[in-house]
Design a protein around this ligand. Structure first.
Ligand SMILES: [Zn+2]
Length: 483
């Protein structure tokens, strides 16, 4: 028994079935079986002479049968046959439904309206629905733009950041003129320009356990475009508790993931990753880098999943984790099962309220609940203090714990030992244990870990440069490039 996948344009001739299981030892036999089952499909697949039509390609698993034994290609029971016709555009739509769209909207959404699977009904569902985009950054940019262009009625945006020049490599909601502006302000303008029919609601705040449920409720779907673990777990848990599906993606360097969590009977992010990695193990995109188009790719997957979930069209990524490898340009998918013992979405959830996600992710917090960027007990030096010392001829030993490629972009002339190599290379610094050492990275996070490690190994005069290279560029030397 081989499975034949029926493409969208031919489904109308196959009883609207997406896939049919057919007996057959060869592709030819299986296609003959398909025609016996659905005779109406025959003239779309085969010409007058009984030959496969030129514009219909048949694949056995990943291979085009033209490069195998053509119609005589042998089939195993586990094989899958895909019929891949060339698709030039839509066909006539269902124009007789009573319309809630204005003539201008009908013109604008014409290419949706003529999609048989989508049509007027799908477009009206989109218009009536709302999506909250959490994080208006690399993922949030293509997401919000495509959702707006597609005609989602209301788009919520939660972000509190300001546009930085280093965002423009991937955050296509913003242009050069927007550097220094609030992201929400610039994003609203771009979205309203893309589609003035869309309502934009903005939330100028960091998402917290206190405000998440309020912000989320009222939206039909949440799209998680965050870049940190505490917010990702918070988004997941809040979605599960409110019963709102979550179109998820994350990116790092050249790789991305996407899925849909929190759908009825589907898994949640906690079913996939019950606990976050320890802080510092997985570097942020600021530290590790990200190929600019990759969040574009993953964000567009999120937008597609959101539109499918909202309209009920197609097969969403529920229970499947899509892995994107942009370097090899390979897409793989893994199955994700709902875990009946999941603490949040399981049969007997142990966690029914939002928690302290900074603490959950092992990030120390101040009494007011805000994450601390530095260990309170860690000695720090400001860039101004360091500059004064250098000017007075009292230069301390400067240790840079970033990556070599970061050092090439901008450096303070320090000695380079990347944080992940530091534990094995501490002996290189052994004769400096009594010396003043100033440790720095890009913004002060990695260097605070390095200082902790060094002080635990007897470097009693190691201190952290507050704000790192970024602060040096801001306050001391603006010619030092920021990245
Ligand atoms: Zn779960």
């Amino acid at each position: 028994m081989a499975r034949i996948y029926i493409p969208a344009p031919l489904r109308a001739y196959a009883n609207d079935e997406r896939a049919v299981d057919i007996e057959g030892a060869t592709v030819e036999e299986a296609l003959a079986g398909l025609v016996r089952k659905h005779p109406a499909i025959e003239k779309h697949l085969f010409g007058e002479t009984g030959k496969l039509r030129q514009f219909v390609n048949i694949y056995r698993n990943e291979e085009d049968i033209r490069y195998l034994d053509r119609e005589k290609t042998a089939l195993d029971p586990a094989d899958e046959i895909s019929i891949v016709p060339s698709v030039a555009g839509g066909t006539g739509g269902d124009a007789c439904l009573p319309s809630a769209l204005s003539p201008k909207e009908i013109t604008r959404y014409g290419r949706h309206l003529t999609l048989p699977e989508f049509g007027m009904a799908g477009q009206r569902k989109l218009k009536a629905s709302s999506v909250l985009v959490v994080g208006a950054g690399g993922l949030g940019s293509p997401l919000a733009l495509y959702l707006a262009a597609a005609g989602v009625g209301k788009i919520g945006l939660a972000d509190y950041d300001v546009v930085d020049e280093s965002n423009l490599q991937r955050q296509i909601l913003y242009g050069t003129k927007d550097v220094g502006r609030k992201k929400l302000e610039a994003a609203r303008e771009t979205i309203r320009d893309a589609n003035p029919f869309v309502e934009v609601e903005t939330f100028d705040a960091a998402l917290t356990s206190e405000n998440a449920l309020d912000i989320f409720s009222g939206f039909d779907l949440v799209a998680d475009g965050t870049d940190n673990f505490p917010t990702r777990y918070l988004v997941n848990d809040a979605c599960v508790m409110l019963g709102i599906p979550n179109a998820y993606a994350s990116v790092f360097r050249f790789e991305g993931q996407a899925s849909v969590f929190g759908a009825p009977d589907g898994p949640c992010y906690r079913c996939l990753y019950e606990e976050p990695p320890p802080p510092g193990l997985v570097p942020s995109c600021a530290e590790g880098g990200v190929l600019g188009v990759l969040p574009g790719l993953a964000g567009v997957v999120q937008a597609a999943e959101a539109i499918k979930m909202l309209t009920g069209v197609g097969e969403p990524l529920v229970g499947r984790l899509l892995l994107i490898d942009a370097l090899g340009m390979r897409f793989r998918e893994l199955r994700v099962r709902r875990n009946p013992a999941c603490p949040v979405c399981g049969d007997h959830p142990s966690q029914t309220e939002l928690i302290d996600y900074q603490a959950f992710c092992g990030i120390p917090t101040q009494p007011n609940g805000h994450a601390m960027t530095q260990q309170a007990s860690l000695p720090e030096i400001t860039v101004r203090e360091l500059k004064d010392r250098i000017d007075q001829g009292n230069r301390p030993f400067i240790l840079d714990v970033r990556k070599p490629q970061e050092y090439d972009i901008a450096n303070l002339g320090g000695t380079l030992i990347p944080l992940d190599e530091l534990p094995d290379r501490l002996d290189e610094l052994a004769d400096r244990k009594q010396e003043d050492i100033v440790v720095h990275c890009r913004s002060g996070g990695r260097s605070s870990q390095a200082v902790q490690l060094m002080r635990a190994h007897g470097f009693e005069h190691a201190s952290n440069l507050k704000g790192g290279v970024l602060a040096w560029s801001d306050e001391i030397d603006p010619s030092l490039p920021k990245y």
